[in-house]
Ligand binder design. Sequence first.
Ligand SMILES: [Zn+2]
Length: 368
Amino acid sequence: MAQSVKRAYKYRFHPTPGQAQELARTFGCVRLVYNKALQERTRAYTVEGRRISCVETSAALTQWKKTPELAFLSEVSSVPLQQALRHLQASFANFFARRAKYPAFKSRKKSRASAEYTRSAFTWRAGRLTLAKMDGPLDVVWSRPLPEGAQPSTVTVSKDAAGRWFVSLLVEETIRPLEPVDAWVGADAGITSLLTLSTGEKVTNPKHERADRRRLAKAQRNLARKAKGSGNRAKARLKVARAHARIADRRRDHLHKLTTRLVRENQTVVIEDLTVRTMVKNHSLARAISDASWRELRSMLQYKAQWYGRDLVVIDRWFPSSKLCSACGAVQQSMPLGVRTWQCACGATHDRDVSAAQNILAAGLAER
Ligand SMILES: [Zn+2]
C-alpha cells in the first residue's frame, strides 16, 4: 500500500547581505526565546514543582515583547520564535517520557543556528521561496529536484559552523513499497571497513576519507597552537569546521547510497544495537566518526525499511557474534581484537567480521 510520508529536502543557498543580517538576527532571537523559556520552565519545575504548558510560555513571549529591553523580539518574524517554544515543549515531553536528557541551553558558539518557518511565514510560488520579513526570494542551489507539485509545509533555515547556509523544505510525498524479495542480510559495523555483510562483502569507508581525515587532524593541531581570542584562532576554527563538514557530507552521501541498496536488495536487514558501545569514552577521531555514522546508518535503515515495506531487525549487542562458529555453534572463549581469521575446533575457518555478520543475521532471523 502506498503511504504518505513527510520528507525533508535540504539545499544550500546564498543569502544577500540583507537576508544574512535578517537571519542572523532571527537566529539570535530564537536562541534567546528558547533559553529564556527554558529558564522559566526550570524555575517552575525546581522551585514550584510544576510543569509549564506551551500556552503559558506563549503568553510569556507576548509579555516579553512588551518590555522595553525585549521589544526587539517583535522586529523578527514571530513564527520561528513560536516554533522554538514548540521545540522546547517537545524536548520536555521527551525528558518526562525518559527518552532524553534534560533540555540544555542553546549556546551562540556551540549550538547550530536555525529558524523554522511554517506555512504562514513564507511564500512558495513557481519554485521561489520567500521568507517573512524579506523582500526577495532566497537564492537556493537546487542540487536535486523537489517532487512534482510539492508544497512545503515547513521550511528550516540554518547556518553551520563552517559558515554555510542551508534551507530544508518539508514536503508530503507518496511512497510505494517495493516488490517483496527473497533475500536477507546481516551487517556488522567496523572501523576499518564501514560494514561487513553476511554475504562476505566488505563495505569500505568513502574514498578520499583518509586524506580528508589527515587534513582535519592537521587543522586541529594548527588550531591548538593559536592564542585564545586571536583572529588567527577564529580562522583556524573555521578551517576545522570546514574539514569536519566535508567528511560528514561525504559520509552521509555514502550512507544514503548504501542504505538504499541494502533496503532494495533485501527483505530483512539485521544489525546490532550498538547504543551501549557508543557510550564508552573513546577519543579517537576514527571512533567518533564511525559511531556518528553508525547512528546515522541505523536511522536511515529504519525509515527506509518503513517506507519500502522491508524489515529492520536490531539485535542485542551482547550477542557474542564474532566468537560464535556459524558452522557448529560453538562459542570461543576469547577473541583478541587483532585476530582477523580463526579456526574452530570443528574445522571451519572464519573471517572474523564476515562470521560476525552471519551470526547477526542468524540471530535476527531467529528473533523475528
Ligand atoms: Zn565450529
